[in-house]
Write a protein that binds this ligand. Structure first.
Ligand SMILES: *Cc1c(COP(=O)(O)O)cnc(C)c1O
Length: 393
């Protein structure tokens, strides 16, 4: 490994490699026994009744939108401070995106910004769903959002891609579904991978069918009885049905084996992230108020990202200058995120959206390196480099 510090990276250990090697020698590389095993372990870990594995966080969000029956007559509220995929999956169903603003200090959608988006939406279509994002690992105020949404019969699906490992995230106590990613920078890694959790057995069954071409193999669900049943021996052995169009969003058995191995380490990874965040908090405090960590008080935090807000203008510098200087010293940083409503595709489609809270957050945010294998020395190195740059202007 080089001594370049990226803003995030996976932690793959020898037993993860062995788990994958063993799975590669099994008969079934795609739809094998590890899929079910991984789903059950994931459900147990998150406190969910059901977990449906799929091959990316984007696929997870798309499956959730499809399971909510989202279509061209509908609209969904999405906070603009998120990764592209949260909005794109809504468009994949043909529904319109209603961008919500965020709190300028946390980057989170709140009940107030959700209500404001809903009221401004006008005739954008029936608002069927909202997709709150637990940005950086900060948990949104779900009880408050759920109260505001249920008053208008709007379903909530959590984009929990930053929040795996936090207690109660995935249990969907205040939402219909929660979606996760296991991309290498996330809490655990399966190269590509995603998961949807839900308390609703019907939604889980529908998403299992949608992730594999819309195919159904449960004889009790077969519509075409003549083709399905030849005689007295039950359903024909080759028979399957497709009641609706689906995708190939399956997570291979080999990657489920990796997921199982990684999932057993989630608590350890999560505890190390908390330690790193506390160390950053302490070492960065002399740079306050010109630099301060993004937090939402004492609420649960997964520390997927360690984001800070910096008043670059007051310090006589720019974010690009700071990022380039850090990079030249072997320190990677990133900006999470460019508000999605500013992307050309969305600008063309929704030209008059103005979301000042998100633009304020965006102008100041910077994500510093955080991942479980970082040492305390690595954290000090980042803080020293940053302090030197910000003092020097
Ligand atoms: C990573 C991420 C996604 C997409 O997950 P992929 O696995 O990369 O498809 C969606 N939303 C958020 C907030 C993410 O961080």
């Amino acid at each position: 490994m080089s001594d370049f510090l990226p803003y995030g990276r996976q932690t793959i250990e020898d037993d993860d490699v062995s788990a994958v090697a063993a799975a590669l020698r099994d008969d079934l590389l795609t739809t094998g026994p590890k899929v079910d095993e991984y789903e059950r372990a994931f459900a147990r870990m998150t406190g969910a009744a059901h977990a449906v594995a799929c091959n990316s966080g984007t696929a997870a969000l798309h499956l959730a939108c499809l399971a909510m029956d989202m279509g061209p007559q509908d609209a969904a509220v999405v906070p603009t401070m998120t990764f592209l995929a949260t909005a794109n999956v809504v468009r994949m169903t043909g529904a319109e995106v209603i961008f919500a603003d965020v709190d300028p200090e946390t980057g989170l959608m709140t009940a107030e910004t959700f209500e404001a988006a809903r009221e401004q939406a006008g005739r954008a279509g029936r608002i069927k769903a909202a997709l709150p994002v637990h940005l950086n690992g900060q948990v949104c105020d779900m009880p408050e959002l759920a109260a505001a949404a249920s008053a208008k019969a709007i379903a909530l699906t959590e984009d929990a891609c930053h929040a795996l490992g936090i207690e109660n995230i995935g249990a969907t106590s205040h939402s219909r579904m929660a979606c996760f990613s296991t991309h290498p920078v996330k809490a655990i890694a399966t190269a590509e991978g995603g998961m949807v959790t839900t308390a609703d057995a019907g939604l889980a069954a529908r998403m299992r069918s949608l992730r594999s071409h819309g195919m159904v193999r449960d004889p009790s669900a077969f519509a075409n009885r003549d083709l399905a049943f030849a005689g007295v021996d039950g359903a024909n052995p080759w028979y399957y049905e497709m009641p609706e169009v689906g995708w190939n969003y399956r997570l291979p058995d080999v990657l489920c084996a990796l997921g199982l191995s990684q999932l057993a380490k989630l608590d350890r990874f999560h505890r190390r992230r908390i330690e790193i965040a506390r160390l950053y908090d302490r070492l960065l405090s002399p740079l306050s108020p010109r630099l301060r960590p993004v937090t939402h008080g004492n609420r649960p935090h997964g520390w997927h990202l360690y984001a800070v807000l910096i008043d670059f203008a007051a310090l006589g510098t720019t974010r690009a200058r700071v990022m380039n200087a850090l990079r030249s010293q072997g320190i990677g940083t990133q900006v999470h995120y460019i508000p999605v409503h500013l992307q050309p595709y969305y600008r063309n489609r929704y030209p008059n959206v103005s979301l000042p809270g998100a633009e304020s957050y965006y102008s100041r945010c910077l994500s510093l390196p955080i991942f479980p294998a970082m040492t305390d020395g690595d954290v000090s190195r980042v803080v020293e480099a940053l302090a030197h740059l910000l003092r020097g202007g």
